[in-house]
Design a protein around this ligand. Structure first.
Ligand SMILES: [Zn+2]
Length: 57
């Protein structure tokens, strides 16, 4: 049995490395705390929101 996390959307995150900016499409979830404030912030499941620090699973 494999269980899948509900993924809202594929988010494109910008990753910074020495050569510049790389955009990587990853499965993302919207931060619920930021969503309440009217902001859409995409977070990789299991990471914390970069804006408010809320863990997103
Ligand atoms: Zn947030």
């Amino acid at each position: 049995m494999c269980q899948q996390l509900p993924i809202d959307k594929i988010a494109v995150l910008s990753m910074y490395d020495m050569d510049g900016v790389t955009t990587v499409p990853v499965p993302g979830r919207r931060c619920p705390a930021c969503l309440e404030r009217g902001q859409t912030v995409w977070v990789i499941p299991g990471k914390c929101c970069p804006t408010c620090g809320t863990p997103v699973n």
